[in-house]
Design a protein around this ligand. Structure first.
Ligand SMILES: O=C(O)CCC(=O)C(=O)O
Length: 279
């Protein structure tokens, strides 16, 4: 990107709280990753279908810590270039989560702000949501309320609703003006970036096409997370001279095995859910 485009990119993100669409994967890369995801989904389908959407994070979270092909998506140079434009040259992946809505699923995601639960200071955190299928209003694309990252955090309540893909069914407890909502329509291989404070959510998939995407949470090494327990992260660009997170190595396996890094990562994540910091 030339310096003027970098400036415009950052200005748009800072003003609206998001930037979209950004082409990051080629068609071949997106097809290959979707194929790998569908194999992963098929081998975990029984487990996924036995769980309400609220609990499916145990299968869909933190796979970048144990699956090499997921790690390759999160460390893709074009994704990191865009994230670097927002956060600067030193980048950690703190978490990842597949957000999947197959046709017929009742899964939705209530309006929420990530910052309420993650306890990150300073809030130098952005999410890259990468589409591996079409993502549009009919199959329940992500929706955002522009500019909401700039105000105070809104009150949220926990509903523990089964069909809400957030682990505690957390939702904003005041009225959200849906007339302001923007649909983040993405083609396979495109992504959006959103700020940790932005109000966002998504509706049920009412189409006959799957909606498949993965969200990576990036932060800068100076960020500190509230709480006594150290969290983990992966350094994907630059260096970490702060040491606030336990750094995990890149994975080398293409399939999950019992006792691997993902299980440990999820155990830690569940502890932070219990203390109220994770979605
Ligand atoms: O996938 C969605 O519709 C919502 C994703 C989300 O809540 C997030 O990435 O923080």
């Amino acid at each position: 990107m030339n310096p003027l485009s970098v400036e415009n990119f950052r200005e748009e993100y800072e003003t609206r709280g998001f930037k979209t669409p950004i082409r990051v994967l080629s068609d071949d890369e997106a097809n290959e990753s979707r194929g790998r995801f569908l194999d992963f989904y098929a081998s975990n389908q029984a487990r996924v279908q036995a769980l309400p959407p609220r609990d499916q994070y145990v299968v869909f979270s933190e796979t970048h810590t144990s699956l090499d092909w997921v790690y390759r998506i999160g460390s893709h140079p074009r994704i990191l270039d865009a994230v670097e434009t927002i956060l600067g040259p030193n980048l950690l992946i703190w978490g990842s989560r597949w957000f999947v809505k197959m046709p017929g699923d009742k899964t939705y995601i209530s309006w929420h702000q990530d910052a309420t639960y993650w306890g990150m200071h300073p809030p130098h955190v952005t999410t890259a949501w990468i589409a591996l299928s079409e993502s549009n209003p009919s199959n329940g694309c992500m929706r955002v309320i522009p500019g909401t990252h700039r105000g105070d955090l809104l009150p949220q309540r926990e509903t523990y609703s089964d069909n809400n893909a957030l682990s505690r069914g957390q939702e904003i407890a005041v009225e959200v003006d849906e007339n302001q909502a923007v649909d983040l329509v993405l083609r396979p291989g495109e992504m959006s970036l959103h700020d940790i404070g932005l109000v966002h959510g998504s509706n049920v998939n009412r189409s006959s096409n799957p909606r498949i995407g993965i969200a990576f949470r990036y932060l800068t090494p100076e960020v500190v997370q509230d709480g006594n327990q150290r969290s983990f992260a992966m350094l994907v660009r630059g260096r970490d001279s702060h040491g606030h997170f336990d750094l995990l190595p890149a994975p080398h396996k293409s399939e999950l095995t019992t006792g691997d890094a993902q299980s440990q990562a999820i155990q830690r994540m569940m502890k932070s859910v219990m203390r109220g910091q994770r979605s």
